[in-house]
Design a protein around this ligand. Structure first.
Ligand code: AMP
Length: 609
């Protein structure tokens, strides 16, 4: 079947589809719509976000409900407020010619009474987040006892977010004989269990392979020392001047910090995470949707509702703890039939995770090199040249042409072009001239010996906020730095990057955490026994690590390893990352636009597309 008409949709929907500019059904639509229109059945559909699944359940739902009745007939549950609003808006667009249709979105953070009033006016379809829906049922503000269709959208996400009990509770208030349509990007056991519990002989459709990410996404990884992660991020952005990206970090704190640093360095960036108010999040999302923000730095939880079609790149600044989460991240690009790139910045110790993800997404990663300075200068120059070439002439300039011509009377064309481009080029050239190679090879891992070189804090301000500890176990106890790091992480239930700068010696070791974890660490190791012996952790006098160790325990002996190469880093962090500003090559700040640049002193707003 090749057209929406062939799928059997009515004229009202076909007209709305024409208005929306959808030319032909996507795969999930072509598979799901005929099944749902032709039979009263339960359905399990495995499909990523961005494949058109809202319409896959939305069109049949609108076709089947009775708009002349004010009874609630369809309930769509979705994991986040953003997604809930998005679905409700899409449904309204699909149903714009269905006279009398009333779709109401029900979600937390907004007036429950107002939502209840809207429902009372007669909502045939409710789109809800589980928490708010449960609340409304408890307060008897909604009646879902007569619904005929329930949709569980992004079921895997809802379960990930701990909504299993809420969903069970909500569905217990719905009729037994309704139809349930479950949509999920992945099929972990929990989702399969839900499907079994709430559905009777569901038909199954799969778009792509189970758990597979969309095939129009290319997966790339870049291997750097963790302390160069932020520089690597900037280079990737500079090498892609038209980037429109979501950058994923593991923690709220890192998300905020990366965004702040990017903004300070002249990029058009914003952060979205759970510590921001709903209002702040809405504002950031609005700017991102309007492409006023080129880079959205996000935590996994906050990014769950992000449904923006034109994202060109997803950048995994840090890998997620759970490899399955990667599928959701990369699904933010390559949407609506477009291609996208998912980039991962990894340190050597994380590269094995890439292999694990490859197995899950059933696709190979391409190992790429972080571009060098010359490369970036060339890309930026050509991008500017193309922009100028494609710029429409503004005739208002005519009035000033005589003065400009007089000024350049003695300048020939080549020189004029050179001068003109130098305004921008010099900025990047000065910045990247003498920049170092950030790439590291997989095989050089052993060079680090007993030291967790890759786990330095990787953006400015980091080290100042960390505490260094002494622990009385070392190589004699069977620990190398990786084993010790894993041990500490597991013991205290910490994330991979929470423990860093691990150095193992024969009978003792050192490690760092952020200051805020100090109490937790010290408390955990009070009266702590491992394999029958007391393990003692104390705060070390060598606070930052990586400098000279004032180590009385080793008889006051100083480290004799070569620290020369790291001094610059240590100084930079100690001064809050500002001392390198004037240095060439990946100092902390981005090459700023010169004040007299015709393109302004800040990064230009996006005008693409
Ligand atoms: P979804 O997976 O439902 O979030 O849809 C992703 C995006 O694709 C949304 O912006 C839809 O409006 C758009 N879309 C859905 N179906 C089609 C289609 N058949 N042709 C073009 N775009 C579509």
């Amino acid at each position: 079947m090749s057209t929406f008409k062939d799928l059997g949709l009515n004229n009202d929907l076909l007209q709305a589809i024409t208005d929306l500019g959808f030319e032909k059904p996507s795969e999930v639509q072509a598979k799901a719509i005929p099944i749902l229109l032709e039979s009263e059945t339960d359905l399990v559909a495995l499909a990523q976000t961005g494949t058109g699944k809202t319409a896959a359940f939305g069109f049949p739902l609108l076709e089947k409900i009775d708009v002349a009745s004010r009874t609630t007939q369809g309930l769509i549950l979705s994991p986040t407020r953003e997604l809930c609003l998005q679905i409700a808006n899409e449904m309204k667009l699909y149903g714009k010619y269905c006279k009398g249709l009333n779709v109401v979105a029900v979600y937390g953070g907004s007036s429950i009474q107002e939502q209840a009033r809207e429902i009372k006016r007669g909502a045939q379809v409710i789109v809800a987040t589980p928490g708010r829906m449960k609340d409304m049922i408890k307060r008897r503000l909604v009646d879902i006892s007569k619904i005929q269709y329930s949709v569980l959208d992004e079921a895997d996400e809802m379960l990930n977010m701990g909504f299993k009990e809420d969903i069970t509770e909500i569905l217990s208030h719905t009729p037994e004989d309704k139809n349930t349509w479950l949509f999920s990007a992945t099929m972990p056991k929990e989702v399969a269990r839900i499907a079994k519990k709430f559905m009777a002989n569901p038909q199954e459709i799969t778009v792509g392979n189970k758990n597979e990410s969309t095939s129009n996404v290319t997966h790339e990884y870049y291997m750097v020392n963790a302390r160069d992660r932020y520089q690597a991020l900037k280079r990737l952005c500079d090498a892609n001047p038209d980037i429109f990206s979501v950058i994923f970090c593991r923690t709220k704190r890192d998300t905020q910090k990366v965004a702040e640093n990017l903004i300070e360095d002249g990029y058009s960036a914003g952060a979205i995470h759970g510590d921001l108010s709903q209002n702040q999040r809405d504002m950031v999302m609005k700017s991102f949707r309007n492409q006023q923000i080129q880079m959205l730095v996000a935590t996994d939880v906050a990014a769950r509702g992000i449904d923006v079609d034109d994202v060109t790149h997803v950048i995994n600044y840090q890998l997620p703890d759970e490899p399955e989460v990667y599928t959701h991240r990369s699904g933010r690009t390559g949407r609506a039939g477009k291609t996208g790139i998912s980039m991962v910045i990894v340190s050597r110790s994380e590269v094995r995770k890439i292999r694990g993800i490859e197995r899950i997404i059933n696709q190979k990663f391409i190992k790429k090199e972080i571009p060098d300075g010359a490369n970036i200068c060339q890309v930026q120059l050509m991008s500017l040249a193309n922009k100028i070439h494609n710029t429409e002439v503004n005739d208002e300039i005519d009035a000033h042409l005589t003065s400009i011509n007089t000024l350049f009377e003695d300048t020939d064309k080549d020189e004029l072009i050179k001068k003109f481009f130098s305004v921008e080029f010099t900025r990047f050239y000065n910045y990247y001239n003498k920049s170092k190679n950030l790439n590291v090879s997989e095989s050089s891992r052993d060079r680090d010996g007993g030291r967790d070189r890759d786990s330095g804090r990787d953006f400015k301000g980091g080290k100042n906020d960390s505490t260094r500890y002494f622990i009385n176990v070392g190589a004699k106890d069977g620990f190398d730095w990786m084993k010790l790091k894993d041990f500490l992480k597991e013991q205290m239930d910490l994330g991979r990057d929470d423990v860093f700068k691990v150095e193992t010696k024969d009978s003792f070791s050192f490690f760092n955490t952020e200051n805020e974890l100090k109490e937790k660490v010290l408390q955990h190791f009070t009266d702590f026994k491992h394999e029958g012996r007391f393990v003692n952790v104390e705060v070390s006098e060598n606070r930052g690590g990586g400098g000279r160790r004032n180590d009385r325990r080793s008889g006051g002996k100083r480290r004799d390893d070569n620290r020369g190469g790291r001094r610059g880093d240590d100084r930079r962090n100690a001064s809050g990352g500002r001392s390198d500003r004037r240095r060439g090559g990946d100092g902390d700040s981005r090459p700023r636009r010169s004040e007299n640049s015709e393109f302004g002193s800040s990064r230009p707003r996006r005008s693409r597309r």
